[in-house]
Design a protein around this ligand. Structure first.
Ligand code: ZN
Length: 231
């Protein structure tokens, strides 16, 4: 799954508005972020095979340290643990919940990838069977699943927050949401990267830009617990 992961960021932001949104946007893609770094340095592996699935050309045949079930649990605990002291400074009473939900955001990557991937997700690092329900073999259902996830998250988010002052507050997140929805529909039709390095760099740039822009636009929204929209 690609853009659909961000639906979880949007939904969790509503559940705990004090969590900086850029953290949630990075958290849901945290294991993909690691995967991109790992494939560029050769720790994990991907093959680019045109037509590998109907949705994309990625044969993700070796991703034990970023994407196994046990790795997801470990990364979720680590990210939640790193964020906890930061949250305690900003919002002492809510820090536990904020850290847990940030960990949940990291872990949420697993069930969503499980739905889409071909059987390439191990449970225990690189031993044992691999899992994946393979929705990527079907282009339209894949796109519908992505749209349900991102659309559902956006709905939850916009119903829980209000526009803030200024153009960015009034319309910024709406434009960003439209951008994400268009990107979801366009993704399978975009020319695929030609090399693993290009794939990794493109993805890392995308994750960074989305986290920075989405995080900035969210600061212009207003939440019930945070009058004025500041966090
Ligand atoms: Zn992934």
């Amino acid at each position: 799954m690609f853009i659909g992961h961000y639906g979880v960021s949007y939904a969790i932001k509503r559940a705990s508005p004090r969590i900086p949104f850029w953290i949630l946007l990075l958290a849901v893609q945290f294991v993909d972020l690691l995967f991109m770094v790992f494939i560029m340095i050769g720790v994990e592996k991907v093959r680019l095979i045109p037509g590998f699935t109907a949705y994309n050309p990625y044969d993700l045949f070796y991703m034990p340290y970023s994407h196994s079930l046990v790795a997801h649990v470990g990364w979720a605990l680590l990210v939640g643990g790193i964020c906890w002291p930061l949250f305690r400074k900003a919002a002492p009473k809510q820090a536990n919940l904020m850290a847990i939900l940030t960990g949940v955001a990291v872990f949420s990557h697993f069930p969503l990838d499980l739905l889409m991937h071909t059987p390439d997700l191990p449970l225990l690092f690189d031993s044992g069977p691999k899992f994946g329900l393979g929705l990527w073999h079907y282009r339209t259902p894949s796109m519908i699943a992505e749209l349900i996830c991102i659309g559902g998250g956006l709905l939850v988010y916009f119903r829980g927050s209000k526009p803030g002052p200024g153009f960015a507050g009034q319309y910024g997140m709406h434009f960003f949401a439209i951008f994400l929805l268009v990107l979801t529909v366009a993704t399978p039709f975009l020319p695929p990267p030609e090399t693993v390095i290009e794939f990794g760099l493109q993805a890392l740039a995308g994750f960074g830009i989305i986290a920075a822009l989405g995080g900035w636009l969210d600061r212009h929204r207003m939440w019930p617990e945070t009058p004025g929209g500041a966090q």
